[in-house]
Design a protein. Structure first.
Length: 56
């Protein structure tokens, strides 16, 4: 859907957030890093349970 490469910081997050704005995203699955604290709690899932495993 969207890719933005860089450090975990607000300006990189804003790049990917802008790319996702064209989609009707209902839930956001992220880790617990501080840049994601702006998401509403009812739609923000802090977990890696539902993400794909990159290394098998």
């Amino acid at each position: 859907m969207a890719h933005a490469f860089g450090y975990h910081e607000r300006k990189i997050f804003n790049l990917s957030s802008n790319q996702l704005s064209i989609f009707n995203v209902v839930f956001l699955y992220t880790d617990c890093f501080r840049v994601y604290d702006i998401f509403p709690e009812d739609t923000h899932i802090i977990s890696k349970l539902y993400t794909q495993h990159l290394f098998r």
